[in-house]
Write a protein that binds this ligand. Structure first.
Ligand SMILES: NC(=O)c1ccc[n+]([C@@H]2O[C@H](COP(=O)([O-])OP(=O)(O)OC[C@H]3O[C@@H](n4cnc5c(N)ncnc54)[C@H](O)[C@@H]3O)[C@@H](O)[C@H]2O)c1
Length: 325
């Protein structure tokens, strides 16, 4: 019997490839860097399943008459046109939970690095500027312990960040479209509206998904509400922050600094003004980037494809309504 074809836009671990090969024929784009659109078009055209992180657009789906499942590697699925997939009866899956703790660790690392000026301090040492033992006075930072953390989006990752904050004796405020009285009772987190959170927090950390309602959620007005001594931490998605407004707020020292894992345009070009600012810590979208977590993410994505081709419901669908059709 012919095996269903699955298109991969990059090679995965040997373990994942082997487990897929048992039930599927793999169509692999094995080039270096980003898979070109034409290669994606050719792959998706023959495939019943695609597995990987890619801009899976409506236009690509138009070339894919046999496609039944898009298994995204990532919890965020703003790179997939889910509405277009649902219209065509294509199931979309993501990889929640397996990356939560790793992304929360990275968020807290960003927060600490921004507050204590770790990247500046490291450059100071490496550049040979540490010439007297008074060097530390040029690098005074902000305390994290006992400060107030404002979390926008207290979902899986936001609440994992909040748990870390309690270990630093921080006060935790949160704003979300869904209130979490269970977490308020258990951990003492305080629910506030967005403006109160912005005006009261020493650190504002973003953990909402990217969707039409969250594009530009933090813009000039919101940055203007933040304390001059506060830091903005973004390990969610770049477009949730209005980047020109952030550049202006940082330049004019209307906020103290920022820690950014994500940018409006990625990869961020060297001409991005945020990359030239000492009060900004910049990372290349490495929130989930540990060996174990990346393996867990591709394993879950592959399990979704295998479930589908073996006639079982996928484990983590984002448009489950398609399954009932
Ligand atoms: N930097 C990285 O590498 C990295 C890694 C993993 C996830 N992420 C990002 O983090 C996001 C969050 O992941 P998660 O697993 O915690 O998701 P989640 O769904 O568990 O949490 C998102 C929270 O945001 C809330 N929310 C949604 N829309 C809102 C709005 N308009 N205003 C206020 N709150 C709103 C939801 O109610 C939910 O509590 C992902 O969508 C992804 O974009 C980034």
């Amino acid at each position: 019997m012919l095996k269903p074809k699955v298109f991969l836009n990059r090679k995965l671990s040997e373990r994942t490839m082997t487990s897929l090969e048992e039930s599927c024929e793999i169509l692999l784009w094995d080039g270096v860097g980003h898979c070109p659109l034409e290669a994606a078009r050719q792959g998706i055209a023959q495939a019943e399943a695609v597995l990987g992180h890619y801009p899976w657009s409506s236009e690509l789906m138009d070339c894919a008459p046999r496609l039944r499942i898009i298994a995204n590697i990532g919890v965020g699925f703003d790179n997939v046109d889910v509405a277009a997939a649902s219209r065509r009866g294509i199931i979309v899956t993501n990889t929640p939970d397996v990356l939560t703790e790793t992304t929360a660790d990275l968020t807290f690392a960003l927060l600490l690095a921004a507050a204590r000026r770790l990247c500046e301090a490291e450059r100071f040492v490496r550049n040979g500027e540490w010439t007297t033992n008074r060097g530390s006075e040029a690098l005074l930072g902000a305390d994290v312990h006992h400060a107030t953390l404002g979390i926008i989006g207290l979902g899986r990752i936001g609440s994992a960040v909040a748990r870390r904050a309690t270990g630093f004796d921080m006060r935790v405020l949160y704003y979300d479209i869904v209130r979490r009285p269970d977490l308020e009772d258990r951990h003492g987190y305080e629910y506030v509206n967005l403006d109160t959170l912005l005006g009261s927090s020493d650190f504002v950390s973003l953990h909402v998904p990217l969707c039409p309602q969250t594009v530009g959620l933090v813009g000039q007005r919101e940055l203007g509400l933040m304390k001059r001594t506060a830091y903005l931490i973004n390990a969610s998605r770049g477009p949730i922050v209005n980047e020109p407004a952030l550049v202006e707020a940082l330049r004019e020292k209307r906020i103290a600094g920022a820690g950014l894992d994500v940018f409006t345009i990625e990869p961020a070009g060297v001409d991005n003004p945020l990359l030239m600012m000492d009060n900004v810590v910049t990372l290349p979208h490495v929130g989930s980037a540990t060996v174990a977590t990346r393996l867990a993410m591709e394993t879950l994505a592959a399990a979704n494809v295998l479930a589908h081709v073996q006639g079982r419901p996928p484990l983590t669908p984002v448009n489950p309504e398609v399954l009932g059709r």
